[in-house]
Structure formats: C-alpha cells, structure tokens
Design a protein around this ligand. Structure first.
Ligand code: 5RP
Length: 222
C-alpha cells in the first residue's frame, strides 16, 4: 500500500515541480518547508536556470547553501515561473499564504511571474478558505489602527508578537473573516492605510497546483 507522510508529500510535490523548470528559466522561489525540498532538488535542473530570485532572506540563504546563485528582481525583470507552497488552497487555486510571514515578497514575485505553480501537501486543500488565520503585514505604526479596521470587518485579530518581516514590518493574524469572495476581500483589505500586503492570493492565484496526497500526486489547472 502506497501511503506518504506529510513530509514525503511535500517532497513529492516539490519533485513533481522540477519537470516544469524548462531552460532558460527565470525562476522565482517561494518560502517555507515545502519549498525547502524544492531548493534541495534544484541543483538537478541547474542547467535550466537562467536566473533565480528569492522570496525571502531565508530562501536566499538556503539557495546559496545549495550553490544556486540569486539575483535581485530588478536585475532579472519579469519571471518565467514562480513556485511556492501555501497554507490553504481551494478548488479555484486561490490561496492563503504568509504562515511564514513572507507573503509580501512572495506576492511580488508571483505577480511578476508569467506562471505560478503551487506545491502543497494534501492537508492544505480546502473547500473554503479561512480556517487558517489570514496574515496581514502592517507598518508597525499602524498596528492598532489596522487591527481595529479588520475587527470592524468581522475579524478576530492577533498580533504575531516578535515576528519582524524581511521588510521590517509586523504581522497581524486574522480569524473569522468571510472569504467567499476572496478576490474582493483581498482588494478591500489592501484599502486600509498601513497595510503592506495581505496573505490572500486570489487576484493573483496559482495557474497550476501540484497536490501530493498520501496516495500520490494530482495536478489541477494549467
Ligand atoms: C510563507 C508561506 C508558505 O508558502 C506557507 O506558509 C506554506 O509553508 P509550508 O510549505 O511550510 O507548509 O506562505 O510565507
């Protein structure tokens, strides 16, 4: 009987993504434990990589440890492909991201990329987004103000105290928001002054999801 653990699922999803890295690829690399598997595997397709841009300082360090040189987004321009994990993904390939607090840089790379592939284990698949608290990166000065606005929208807000993002900002985790119109909610949260970026990836959703379940891999999208 073929049955993969969560860690094996993450590795399998990362491995399946390798086939999509075609030369010459300007690749954006996400953040998190699933992407960590991808980074370990990337040397196998090194010849297909024209340039690599990291979505966090942690990812940049991991890439360098694996002898993959990184470039800045501005020196590369647009990306051919962005590969990243997710905290939740629905059937429309809309996601919640930012469990690791890196969603602002991640969303910039995702938007700069022609194609976005999400690599996830089966536990991330949901019918409706919102069980995972929505991360919202805020300018520190605006923490209380933004928290009150999010509470007025129906959210229960918790400051992720002690976490400072790669841009020097703070994170609020929001539970209980109604996310059935996720793209609309994503835009609405961005209207609050002091919000740097929220972790809804609905306006820029994934083009392809590679989902590893205990029984194997499924691919959704194109
Ligand atoms: C980091 C992210 C990650 O993609 C997300 O948290 C998934 O991480 P993991 O692969 O460890 O489950 O958005 O900001």
């Amino acid at each position: 009987m073929f049955s993969m653990s969560i860690e094996e699922q993450k590795q399998a999803a990362a491995h399946a993504a390798l086939a999509h890295i075609q030369a010459p690829c300007r690749l954006g690399v996400g953040s998190g434990s699933t992407v960590k598997h991808l980074i370990t595997l990337l040397p196998q397709v090194k010849n297909n990589l024209a340039s690599v841009v990291a979505s966090s300082e942690t990812t940049a360090r991991l890439l360098e440890q694996n002898n993959i040189r990184t470039s800045t987004l501005d020196s590369v321009g647009d990306l051919d492909l962005y590969i990243d994990g997710a905290d939740e993904i629905d059937d429309n390939l809309q996601m919640i991201k930012g469990g690791g607090g890196a969603h602002t840089w991640e969303k910039i790379l995702a938007c700069a990329a022609r194609r976005f592939i999400a690599i996830v284990d089966g536990s991330k698949q949901v019918k409706r987004l919102g069980r995972f608290p929505l991360p919202v990166e805020v300018i520190p000065l605006a923490r209380g103000y933004v928290a009150r606005k999010l509470a007025a929208m129906g959210g229960t807000v918790e400051w992720r105290e002690g976490t400072v993002t790669d841009s020097g900002n703070w994170i609020l985790d929001v539970r209980g928001l109604e996310l059935t119109a996720a793209a609309e909610q994503e835009r609405q949260i961005q209207q609050i002054v002091g919000v740097v970026e929220n972790g809804l990836f609905a306006v820029r959703r994934a083009d392809l999801a590679i989902i590893a379940t205990p029984d194997g891999i499924t691919q959704h999208g194109g």
